[in-house]
Each structure stands twice: as structure tokens, then as C-alpha cells.
Design a protein. Structure first.
Length: 193
């Protein structure tokens, strides 16, 4: 059984907020999700809402994922993605896959974009994979431009939901930037294996 527990740490002490559980298959990848919007916290397991709570003392701070099991548990492919309030997920979402580590690169990928960020800023995919960049927050114009001119979005992207996709056919490292915000550090890399 998979348990999702919402805890808070304050004054050096841990206290429980709310618990939830859901049946999961042993030995398979599990996707954990944590969504924070204002004082509302939501815990997800494999995309399903398992626990939701409001904590009036939660105003700001760090959000994280922790796992404990009787056997070896590890995180692989950890992604932290800011989201627009009111979208499918909001505020900050932390996602981790747990279980048996995979040596097979992903057959597709998604990169979230917003004011001055790509998330993740590095993504590993298999040759032949299509990567889609999507604006999820902010109101500034952006683009996706390969440093080595392998790909470039056709026009400025500026609205939530705007996307650009590119299929990577050859192994290698592909660095890219937002040409509007390169000086603010809006850079990323796709590693194709």
C-alpha cells in the first residue's frame, strides 16, 4: 500500500497534517506529486489525489518530498515545476519517480517555461524522442533557440499553454536558451542517448 503523509517541520519538530493511502503494485515505478497553493497542500500518487489539507500556519517555505520504506527506496528523475494557479496543478509541484531505477531514457519529454526558467533545465531522452516546451506561468514573451542552431521556435511564445516541439533523432547534448532572457539565466540542455 502506498502512503502519502503531509508533514510540516517547525521549530525543529515534525508534526503530521494529514495522511492518505492507496494500493500500488510492488516493484513498479511510482509517481509522487506535491502541490502547494496558498495554504492548501495536496499529495498525489500516480496522478491521483490521495490527501488534501489546509494548514493555516503555512505561509511560505520550502516544499519537499521524502520517502521511507522497509526496503531500498530511491528517487530518480526528480522534477520541480512551477505552475499557474487554476491550471491542472498550481503553485509548485514536486514530482519524483520511485522504485526500480530505469536505465532506459524517456521516449518523450516535457519542459515547462515561465518568467526566467525552464523546468527541468536538463532532460535526458532517447534518440527519436519528441520534447515539448510549454509556457505554464508568467506573461513575458519567450522562445526556444538551440545554441548550435539545430532547432528554434517559429515565433515568440507568450501565453500560458503555448507550446513548441522538436524531435531529437541523433544522440548528443543540445543546449538551448530563451533569447529574450538568456542574461537572466534562462538556459537548458537536452541529453539524447
Amino acid at each position: 500500500e502506498g502512503n502519502v503523509n503531509l508533514y510540516k517541520y517547525a521549530g525543529g519538530r515534525r508534526s503530521g497534517i494529514k495522511d492518505g493511502s492507496m494500493k500500488v503494485a510492488s516493484g513498479e515505478w511510482q509517481e509522487l506529486g506535491l502541490e502547494v497553493s496558498g495554504q492548501t497542500l495536496r499529495g498525489f500518487l500516480n496522478g491521483q489525489l490521495v490527501v488534501e489539507a489546509t494548514d493555516a500556519t503555512y505561509k511560505a517555505g520550502r516544499v519537499g518530498l521524502w520517502t521511507k520504506a522497509d526496503s531500498v527506496t530511491c528517487f530518480d528523475e526528480v522534477v520541480v515545476t512551477p505552475r499557474v494557479a487554476g491550471s491542472a496543478a498550481s503553485a509548485a509541484t514536486a514530482v519524483a519517480r520511485t522504485g526500480i531505477p530505469s536505465t532506459t531514457p524517456a521516449r518523450s519529454g516535457r519542459v515547462s517555461m515561465g518568467d526566467n526558467f525552464f523546468a527541468p533545465d536538463e532532460l535526458v531522452v532517447a534518440a527519436g524522442a519528441t520534447v515539448t516546451w510549454e509556457i505554464v506561468s508568467g506573461d513575458a514573451q519567450h522562445d526556444v533557440v538551440s545554441v548550435d542552431k539545430f532547432f528554434q521556435s517559429n515565433s515568440p511564445m507568450g501565453r500560458g499553454g503555448d507550446t513548441f516541439s522538436y524531435t531529437f533523432t541523433s544522440p548528443g547534448e543540445y543546449k538551448y536558451v530563451c533569447s529574450y532572457h538568456i542574461n537572466e539565466g534562462m538556459t537548458g540542455k537536452i541529453v539524447v542517448k
